[in-house]
Ligand binder design. Structure first.
Ligand SMILES: [Fe+2]
Ligand SMILES: [Fe+2]
Length: 277
């Protein structure tokens, strides 16, 4: 994979306005609590990207080319993901108070996004960023497979394609820093491991909790958070693109094409076993 050069910095590959929200089949989707929670929590995390951009720009100060990409390309794309997902939520569930729910989420989330959360070197942080983009790519791919409403399918696939490009760019930058920092495989594995272990808790958990709290805010008998989380996880895991996740996780190890192919199959089987049993 090489860095994306499909569009110059500052140019979005698509625009929120391209989506035809009037064509949404509201009947088909409004009763789906799982879709609401998955789309809503994603809209929160994407909309909070500005917190991370600030930290990353500070951390990579002096690397002008990369800083420019983060500022002019990555951040606007992530924020557009947040805007588009929010627009979808407000269109299908007009009674949901997105700004109020987001304010609650933001108050808790901003405390988690500190410089302390970053890896000790730039190269290792780029491994972590690759894992975040792997997480979002596979999340939107699973969500795309889970929903049958055409406008949401279109939106999730557009976002998924952006996330793949983000992964490629972070990977490209990782290769540069790997050389200058002489990063060994052990250090890469440590960074990979830390970030993959974190993916399932923290950010997604905070977002889901606030989405659920505001969704059933006035309900006399709101469902238990544990049950909500379990139900959403059950649905997603059956659609999760395990092979793609494994390929993206082990890529920074640079095993070479033959070894990578050899490692992918048993790791995919193992991951599938962990997910499905
Ligand atoms: Fe995104
Ligand atoms: Fe991304």
């Amino acid at each position: 994979m090489s860095a994306s050069a499909a569009a110059p910095a500052g140019t979005l590959r698509w625009h929120f306005e391209d989506l035809n929200l009037q064509a949404v089949d509201r009947e088909a989707v409004a009763a789906r609590d799982d879709i609401f929670l998955l789309v809503c929590s994603a809209s929160f995390i994407e909309s909070g990207t500005d917190l991370y951009t600030r930290n990353l720009l500070e951390y990579f100060a002096g690397d002008d080319e990369f800083g420019d990409w983060l500022h002019r390309r990555w951040e606007p794309e992530e924020l557009q993901h947040g805007r588009a997902l929010r627009g979808y939520i407000e269109h299908v569930w007009p009674g949901f108070d997105w700004p109020a729910a987001y304010a609650d989420f933001h108050a808790e989330y901003s405390a988690l996004c500190t410089l302390d959360e970053l890896e000790p070197t730039r190269g290792r942080e780029l491994v972590a960023r690759c894992m975040v983009e792997m997480g979002t790519t596979t999340y939107y791919q699973a969500l795309n497979a889970l929903c049958d409403e055409p406008v949401l399918r279109d939106l999730t696939w557009r976002i998924r394609s952006d996330e793949v490009q983000h992964y490629k760019q972070f990977y490209h930058q990782f290769l540069r820093y790997r050389r200058s920092e002489s990063l060994g495989r052990g250090q890469v594995v440590a960074a990979l491991w830390r970030r993959v272990a974190e993916l399932r808790r923290s950010d997604a958990d905070v977002a889901l909790r606030h989405a659920a709290a505001w969704r059933w805010r006035d309900s006399p008998a709101p469902p238990a958070l544990h049950d909500v989380r379990q139900q959403v996880f059950e649905r997603m895991r059956t659609r999760y693109p395990v092979e793609l996740a494994v390929r993206m996780i082990i890529k920074p190890l640079q095993l070479g094409p033959r070894l990578q192919r050899w490692a992918e199959r048993p790791l995919s089987l193992l991951a599938r076993h962990v997910l499905l049993h």
